[in-house]
Design a protein around this ligand. Sequence first.
Ligand code: NAP
Ligand code: MG
Length: 406
Amino acid sequence: MDKIKMITPIVELDGDEMTRILWQWIKDELILPYVDLKTEYYDLSLPNREATKDQVTVDAAEAIKKYGVGVKCATITPNKQRVEEYGLSQMWRSPNGTVRAILDGTIFREPILVKGIKPIIPTWTNPIIVARHAYGDVYRGQEIKVEKGGLAEIVVKYKDREEVKKVFDFTASDGVFQGTYNLDASIADYARCCFRYGLEKKQDVWFSTKDTISKIYDHRFKDIFQEIYDNEFKDEFQKAGITYFYTLIDDAVSRVIRSNGGYIWACKNYDGDVMSDMVATAFGSLAMMTSVLVSPDGKYEYEAAHGTVTRHYYKYLKGETTSTNSVATIFAWTGALRKRGELDGLKDLVAFADALEKACLTTIESGLVTGDLYVIFDNPDVTPKKLSSREFLDAIKNTLDGNLVK
Ligand code: NAP
Ligand code: MG
């Protein structure tokens, strides 16, 4: 079989630990035999971030800006223990944070649904994609621990005037006080990312805030979403047969639980942080969750939602057998290959991405799974078999080859 040709390179961001091992295996077994792969490679492993003073992360993000599509392996975000473990000169920032800041993007987390792995909520038959506005609010707020007797006010100073509001007079007790902010431009860009992704996935977009209580702050989010929708997306949404729906966060939560899935739920920063973990957990496995960073001007970075699976890596280093699930990392690759195929008009590449995803799903459905899925596998007609990390990839390759021959 001739290998599938590519035109534009995908920006490849390699990473750390167990996922770095899987990364190489996935490329060698599942991609390179079929695709004449073109990538621009950036090694974001912690040792190379240290060696380049983290310049490699900035360069990789700039490359995604240039080419439009990237795929990223999980990377270590260093903490104090990692600084010692790797002898780092400083505690480098989260690579995801750096890339997100440069692309100014929004992260959409999407579960991979497969027969045999049942969501905890039985009605969730379609994926729920959760979007998080990754800017501002409590994540960039300021806080003060207030002593009894303090008067808390908020003040906004302009060149020629100031606006002051009393928040609370702490006459009876000590307490706490917090100031947060957001920017119209950031909210508008977030709205654009969500609407663009809705069009791309042909799915309704829901947005929720607490505007009944926060009548200025959260209401501003609601108004900006509506303005952007009305002015820039309404016609396209109508043509695509999808809708935009705003509702109070409380109402959204109860609707989500009762829904069948199949929409994008856009959240404010904190809500998205918490709700994405809740939705991910309720869908079954962290290892079956992908994430894509979409910038307002339509650049894409695909990755698995999980980390570098450190515990498995230490076992691997000791020569022990691991059973690490590679599906989310494979889907990061297929996401990037499909997007590249669509942008460059390469039907074969798109079809290959579809075929590889299907091979992953049918392999799991047939009961050939890794340990994380083995313990939650739930299909009375199939007896699951727990495979090692490597055997699982071999099984997917077998399925893929069988399907390609057909
Ligand atoms: P993790 O790597 O996601 O792993 C946590 C646990 O979840 C694992 O120990 C494993 O459970 C299970 N798990 C996760 N992915 C799995 C997979 N593919 N197959 C099977 N089991 C899987 O999170 P962590 O241990 O908290 O973080 C490890 C490192 O990853 C940290 O240095 C962190 O900074 C980094 N991280 C990176 C990203 C990113 O790059 N996007 C995201 C999160 C964390 P068992 O051990 O019980 O089998
Ligand atoms: Mg969280």
